[in-house]
Ligand binder design. Structure first.
Ligand SMILES: C[S@@+](CC[C@H](N)C(=O)[O-])C[C@H]1O[C@@H](n2cnc3c(N)ncnc32)[C@H](O)[C@@H]1O
Length: 293
């Protein structure tokens, strides 16, 4: 079993896309998709309520959720908006990340998170909206407080970088006119700063690339041709400029309780955990693209 926790999941449909893929090797006959994955989403109650209203209406979506499914309201009243979901493979948590506090009890819905599973935490343009201190507090809450240090854990961030060049300055001012302030952008405005951030969060390894590099080195030719066939893009230079201002960075940690000097034990450990880690592909990401190690 593996687990993904998406911070500020919004209307992202990744869980449904993963479960909708054809995994013909699956041994579970009554359930399509990945039986080995548990997915948690966290967002403001207003947003989770909106999402659950859509999911409940559309059969193709609700069929991806493994029963028994339980819907409830974080307001605790029967007629409050349904903003919370539990099931066997999908959990929706109506939680404001800014309220997480390691000196207090975790939100009650977090009791459904399994802190013994290899886990990947995702923040796709979420932590960047919090002020830098709060963003760090939230990340550390997961990496140091909730998950024991000896459990394998990964964190993937997707967010803008390079606020200081001409394009970056224009990007910031365009977003500001729409009331969007990217609060951690200045602090974590380069891949190097992002790598240092991963170390501060307790990750031993990290690798990152801007979206240009990811496209160049991380996407296979047939996929590039498929995408090119979908849409004629004649503003290639502008796209490259924009893509160079977004990055994906992954940090990971191994089991820390294993003495790495004992080679035999280590290789046994790798046998057990190697296949289960969901950031494995990032560890193998081509050197020329993954500039930050
Ligand atoms: C730009 S959207 C990204 C949504 C999604 N991750 C995606 O990639 O499609 C940012 C999301 O972060 C959520 N978010 C921002 N601050 C949050 C907070 N303090 N607590 C919970 N969610 C938050 C917003 O509600 C929004 O859904």
């Amino acid at each position: 079993m593996k687990q993904i926790i998406s911070l500020g999941a919004g209307s992202d449909t990744r869980f449904f896309r993963i479960q909708d893929r054809d995994h013909s090797a699956s041994t579970v006959t009554h359930f399509r998709g990945r039986p080995d994955l548990i997915y948690h989403e966290i967002d403001f109650p207003e947003n989770t309520a909106q999402k659950l209203a859509v999911v409940s209406r559309i059969n193709e979506l609700s069929e991806c959720i493994k029963p028994p499914v339980s819907l409830s309201s974080s307001k605790g009243t029967l007629d409050g908006p349904v903003d919370s979901l539990t099931s066997l493979n999908y959990y929706v948590h109506p939680v404001d990340l800014r309220t997480l506090d390691s000196s207090k009890e975790p939100p009650s819905s977090f009791s459904t998170i399994d802190f013994t599973l290899p886990t990947l935490i995702i923040s796709e343009c979420c932590l960047i909206y919090l002020d830098p201190t709060t963003a760090d507090t939230v990340a550390l809450y997961f990496t140091k407080h909730l998950f024991p240090a000896h459990m394998p854990l990964g964190l993937i961030l997707y967010e803008p970088i390079r606020p200081h060049d001409a394009f970056g300055r224009q990007m910031i001012s365009n977003l500001a006119t729409r009331g969007i302030i990217l609060q951690t952008l200045r602090k974590y405005g380069s891949l190097e700063a992002q790598a240092a951030r991963m170390r501060a969060y307790g990750f031993e390894g990290s690798r990152g690339a801007n979206v240009n590099e990811l496209w160049e080195f991380g996407v296979k030719q047939p996929e590039k041709e498929r995408v090119a066939g979908l849409e004629m893009l004649d503003e290639v230079e502008e796209w490259a400029l924009l893509a160079a201002h977004y990055c994906v960075i992954c940090g990971w940690r191994e089991r820390l309780d294993v003495d790495k000097s004992e080679d035999e034990e280590k290789s046994e450990d790798q046998k057990i955990w190697g296949d289960k880690k969901i950031w494995r592909s990032w560890e193998r990401f081509p050197e020329e693209a993954g500039r930050v190690v």
